[in-house]
Design a protein around this ligand. Structure first.
Ligand code: PRP
Ligand code: URA
Length: 217
């Protein structure tokens, strides 16, 4: 089993798969160029999605092979929905879509005000039948937790009630804030880092995920 649990945060799962940890270390490296950074975010997101979907429900389904009929299985319910938090969450979408090509994709636009560190929202679009869907909110970074809490709250206002949160690197403060505001949301991370610095960056972290993904530093 590659999932590690932490008693302080019952809703948190740390995915310790060796491939994820190897790729994450390259991602942290300040010398890693934008192209490689983007490829690694994509690959790590795909590997994380494999673990984060382990509890999806299945129902039997008849299938006809070239030789005979048999009973297979398919995932129950409506199409899964990925919801990247703009901008950096966009880097996680394509990798997960390679695993789950039929998934729908919503978008939540939020940025963190540099002075207050509080999220400012500017866009929201998800499928209309939210109460019937499983949602995966995507953001590489969970720092103060303000953006994650705002994104999950917005999804719940739209009717969503089955939400998982996938992020690459989290700070304890952000996990605590998200877990307190939304204890029903399972949080999957590749790493739980030490702390935030005085301007809200995760230490040791990987820097500004959006800037490193899109080359905008
Ligand atoms: C980053 C990151 C998260 C947020 C995390 O986005 O992608 O959305 O910060 O910080 P928090 O947990 O303290 O809210 P940013 O605001 O830099 O926007 P960007 O993705 O557009 O660069
Ligand atoms: N957002 C980032 O991109 N990186 C951090 O360390 C914190 C917030």
């Amino acid at each position: 089993m590659t999932i590690e649990r932490v008693s302080e945060f019952p809703s948190l799962s740390i995915i310790r798969h060796p491939l994820i940890q190897h790729k994450l270390t390259i991602l942290r490296n300040r010398e890693t160029p934008t192209k490689t950074f983007k490829e690694l975010v994509d690959e790590i997101a795909m590997l994380m999605a494999y673990e984060a979907t382990i509890e999806l429900g299945l129902e039997p389904m008849e299938v006809e092979t070239p030789l005979e009929k048999t009973i297979g299985a398919h995932i129950t319910g409506k199409k899964l929905t990925l919801v990247p938090i703009l901008r950096a969450g966009l880097g996680m979408v394509e990798g997960i879509l390679r695993l789950i090509p039929a998934a729908r994709v919503g978008h939540i636009g939020l940025y963190r005000d540099h002075d207050t560190l509080e999220p400012v929202d500017y866009y929201f679009k998800v499928p209309g039948d939210a109460p019937e869907r499983e949602f995966f909110v995507l953001d590489p970074m969970l720092a103060t937790g303000g953006s994650a809490v705002a994104a999950v709250s917005a999804l719940k206002r739209a009717g969503a009630n089955r939400i998982r949160f996938l992020c690459l690197v989290a700070a304890p403060q952000g996990v605590g804030r998200l877990a307190k505001a939304h204890p029903d949301v399972t949080i999957y991370v590749a790493a739980l880092d030490r702390e935030l610095n005085s301007v809200g960056y995760i230490l040791p972290g990987l820097g500004d995920a959006g800037d490193r993904l899109f080359g905008t530093r």
